[in-house]
Design a protein around this ligand. Structure first.
Ligand SMILES: NC(=O)C1=CN([C@@H]2O[C@H](COP(=O)(O)OP(=O)(O)OC[C@H]3O[C@@H](n4cnc5c(N)ncnc54)[C@H](O)[C@@H]3O)[C@@H](O)[C@H]2O)C=CC1
Ligand SMILES: O=C(O)[C@H]1O[C@H](OP(=O)(O)OP(=O)(O)OC[C@H]2O[C@@H](n3ccc(=O)[nH]c3=O)[C@H](O)[C@@H]2O)[C@H](O)[C@@H](O)[C@@H]1O
Length: 445
């Protein structure tokens, strides 16, 4: 089989590389010439554990190609994935201009039957718009080439993208013809052989499945943050409550970790987009509206703790920040809670010294020279009045608190991801604050 993947970002590059890994001939296409030039030099546009080796291996095997020329690459393809961005528009709805632009370009250049698949997260009804773009382009060419469209939403998580793609809980494929189902079954056969189920359904249901999945996950997070905030008021320990409810198989242990709110390029945009889709069709997604407002407020919880601890007077304080990316094992800074927290600290006259194992360069696009970028996590602590844990990178989990106490000006830690043991830190003489556990706020000396 020969496929094209249009859009070489987190999803497109992982999708193309993983299909090449299972023996498919893949061309990944992007309009960003710099990205493609770098890929030809083995330089990846994103950080994703294990991806660089997999790209190198499959380019060397002659199965994985990169190009900016969609017109050429699409010729003779059995399947073309559209994996370009669907950023939120002004009103929160998904902006489909990139998706529909690619559909049009495919229609203008395809030469034989193929299945055009939306891999991007798109609102219900988008495949019909893709179909129209292609049909109109073929009509303009006076061509009668047959084609099908399909919806194959992606569920990979950044930082675990390869594993999630190659060992999915399920593969969801929306089709509207047996021919398309046959092609997609053939494409995903290697995954089926490894016992990963494909669920075929109608196209609108596949499009909706993606939004419902992300919205359910975001709901779990905001619910747990709501519970954490109440635990703090009531003197309960949310870390114990998490274990207490997660042990119920109906709830499960995943995605019920309280923190400083969810970020990333998708939960925020997809929750907004689903709310908007509903509104446009006369329905109010009341639960999701609450999920969104809880999440916005949660990004201020850690900052409020810092402010309270220092008696409302932050001007001149030096704050160390460990973690900038929106989650560990990625360099992605899109909607990272660190950006909200740092902005508020700077506005109060603090100075910030930050360290992130991977996202420092990416963070500079948003933060510029407004903060100091430490060369390692310990350097960030020098003379700091407090340390904030914002992203729970593995490197931060078992530091040497003794060494840290000699670098910090004050032994104060605000743990935004509840990765430390309160008793251990308090025994070591630290003022320790985390999410969802009532802690004493020392009156400032
Ligand atoms: N990032 C993630 O973890 C996941 C993202 N998704 C969805 O996948 C889609 C893509 O997301 P990302 O990969 O994160 O986006 P991205 O922004 O990382 O990559 C999009 C790529 O498409 C390219 N592009 C834009 N217009 C193009 C065109 N006309 N022709 C060729 N290339 C073009 C851009 O240059 C960019 O490299 C979105 O709809 C997103 O919601 C779905 C699951 C996971
Ligand atoms: O559509 C997408 O882009 C993807 O969005 C998420 O994946 P991702 O955003 O990469 O990362 P997650 O691991 O889901 O974390 C999202 C946010 O939730 C936060 N989170 C996660 C889990 C948790 O228990 N608590 C919590 O606050 C993380 O810190 C992060 O800010 C989904 O998990 C993927 O299934 C989906 O494909």
């Amino acid at each position: 089989m020969k496929i094209a993947v249009v859009g070489t970002g987190y999803v497109g590059l992982v999708t193309g590389t993983c299909f090449a890994e299972v023996g498919i001939d893949v061309t990944c296409i992007d309009i960003d010439q710099r990205k493609i030039d770098n890929l030809h030099k083995g330089i990846l546009p994103i950080y994703e554990p294990g991806l660089e080796e997999m790209v190198t291996r499959n380019v060397a095997a002659g199965r994985l190609h990169f190009s900016t020329k969609l017109a050429e690459a699409i010729k003779g393809c059995d399947v073309a994935f559209i994996a370009v961005g669907t950023p939120p528009g002004e009103d929160g709805s998904a902006d489909l201009k990139y998706v529909l632009g690619v559909a049009r370009e495919i229609g203008e250049n395809m030469t034989s039957y193929g299945v055009i698949v939306t891999k991007s997260t798109v609102p219900v009804g988008t495949a019909a718009k893709v179909r129209k773009e292609i049909a109109d382009a073929l009509a303009r060419r006076n061509e009668t080439i047959e084609f099908d469209v399909a919806s194959n939403p992606e569920f990979l998580k950044e930082g675990a993208a390869i594993d999630d793609f190659l060992k999915p809980d399920r593969i969801v494929v929306g089709v509207s013809s047996e021919r398309a189902e046959e092609v997609m079954s053939r494409l995903y056969k290697p995954f089926l052989l490894n016992g990963h189920p494909i669920i075929f359904m109608d196209i609108p249901s596949a499009e909706m499945t993606k939004y419902a999945a992300n919205s359910m996950l975001a709901t779990k997070i905001s619910f747990m943050n709501d519970i954490a905030n109440l635990c703090e008021i009531m003197g309960a320990d949310v870390n114990m409550v998490r274990k207490g409810i997660g042990s119920d198989a109906r709830i499960g242990t995943k995605f019920i970790y309280p923190g400083i709110g969810y970020g990333g390029s998708c939960f925020p945009k997809d929750v907004k987009a689903l709310i908007k889709t509903a509104e446009e069709n006369g329905y109010q997604m009341q639960v999701l509206q609450a999920v969104e407002s809880v999440n916005e407020a949660q990004k201020e919880v850690l900052y409020n703790k810092v402010r309270k601890h220092f008696g409302g007077e932050l001007s001149g304080k030096k704050i160390a920040v460990w973690g900038l990316s929106f989650k560990p094992k990625t360099d992605d800074m899109r909607e990272a809670p660190s950006l909200v927290i740092i902005e508020k600290l700077l506005a109060e006259g603090c100075t910030v010294s930050a360290y992130d194992p991977v996202a420092m360069e990416e963070a500079k696009h948003s933060l510029g020279d407004t903060i100091t970028y430490a060369k390692d996590q310990m350097e960030a602590l020098i003379d700091a009045d407090a340390l904030l844990i914002v992203t729970e990178w593995p490197e931060f989990r078992v530091p040497n608190f003794e060494v840290m106490s000699r670098l910090l000006k004050q032994k104060v830690i605000f743990d935004g991801r509840n990765i430390y043991d309160a008793a251990e830190l308090q025994a070591a003489g630290y003022a320790y604050h985390c999410i969802g556990v009532k802690t004493a706020h020392h009156e400032p000396a």
